[in-house]
Design a protein around this ligand. Structure first.
Ligand code: BGC
Length: 339
């Protein structure tokens, strides 16, 4: 049985709480932010395992996408441009030379309309034709449901004109409890045979490289601290391929992260063809999070289930276009248990 309650969180924003005996999750109507996920350790200690802020002002000013739904197109589009049915789209350039997470004002900054559903909340939003350069009026919704220890996110969208789309959630997890300095004692496995190497602006080169024999081979659980030292650059910020272009829509087991000291385990499964594994490399201790904690590099990990970045510019990547009459539909499950 899931309890669903709502309350005001600032003037125009609501906070919804979904609660079961195992897990409690708070969701904001601003950006569909997952504000907290509280779950037990193996010794019965309840901690919040996602990073964020205590107050609305933090989320309004936030530039790190803590907990948010990212769109219309999560991740990067090279050069802030693409050609769609013969027309060039010019998008916001907000990350080096590229578009990141929908541009200057993404779906994470919209206040969504919320309705209760059985065991959860459905949040919807209408993104107008031309929003940040993207064509078509997009009707988009996400339904969060909590059942036992599993939080489910169901994404749906329909458009009036062909548009690129890629919706994801940008929660930063630390299974030791948010505010813990790093994730070095977490064990991670990702069920991917290949990953996408990137150029120096973080755009995939187009190569789909086997993980075998590389630091990106996470098919068997590895301790993240030592493995981070083997990865080029500041840490993991890469797409792992879960499905090949053209593969049928199917939900797949994606990743398992275990924090042995607390016994907490997060398992993720998704219908999306990829997952961006990001080890919070760009948190630098400058912002003040929940209870005033300064979040540093590697203080969390993100498992952003999504399509492959820059797919709209790469014919060999999974299709990222939504056409009128089609329905965009994806699901991601997050399960919080203990060993
Ligand atoms: C990207 C990172 C970026 C972060 C923004 C991730 O999805 O891959 O490069 O810094 O989002 O918070």
């Amino acid at each position: 049985m899931t309890q669903v309650t709502r309350e005001h969180f600032g003037e125009n924003v609501e906070k919804w709480t979904l609660q079961t005996p195992q897990v409690s999750a708070e969701i904001l109507t601003l950006g569909c932010v997952i504000k907290s996920v509280s779950c037990q350790s193996k010794d019965g200690q309840v901690d919040d395992v996602v990073l964020g802020y205590d107050h609305l002002e933090g989320y309004v000013a936030d530039r790190r996408y803590f907990g948010a739904l990212v769109g219309r197109v999560a991740n990067r589009i090279a050069g802030g441009r693409c050609v769609l049915e013969g027309t060039e789209l010019r998008l916001d350039v907000n990350n080096g030379p590229n578009t990141l997470h929908g541009g200057l004002i993404g779906f994470n900054k919209a206040v969504w309309h919320a309705e209760p559903v059985n065991g959860g909340v459905c949040l919807s939003h209408v993104s107008p034709d031309g929003d940040r350069g993207f064509p078509g009026e997009l009707h988009v919704s996400i339904t969060y449901r909590l059942q036992g220890e599993t939080l489910t996110a169901n994404y749906e969208a329909q458009t009036t004109k062909t548009t690129p789309i890629n919706l994801s959630n940008h929660s930063y997890f630390n299974l030791a409890g948010q505010g813990t300095a790093d994730i070095y004692d977490h064990e991670v496995s990702i069920n991917a045979q290949s990953y996408l190497p990137v150029d120096d602006t973080m755009i995939p080169t187009g190569e789909v490289r086997a993980v075998e024999g590389t630091p990106f081979d996470l098919r068997k659980a590895v301790l993240i601290g030592p493995r981070l030292k083997e990865v080029p650059g500041p840490g993991f910020d890469h797409t792992f391929c879960l499905a090949s272009p053209g593969d049928p829509w199917k939900e797949r087991h994606t990743a398992r992260v275990c924090h042995p000291p607390s016994g907490r385990v997060l398992e993720v499964s998704t219908s999306q063809p990829g997952v961006q594994f990001y080890t919070a490399n760009f948190l630098d201790g400058s912002l003040s999070g929940k209870a005033g904690v300064r979040y540093g590099p590697h203080s969390a990990f993100c498992l952003e289930t999504q399509n492959w970045p820059d797919a709209v510019n790469k014919a060999s990547f999974p299709d990222s276009l939504l056409r009128p009459g089609e329905k965009y539909q994806h699901v991601t499950h997050y399960t919080f248990t203990t060993i």
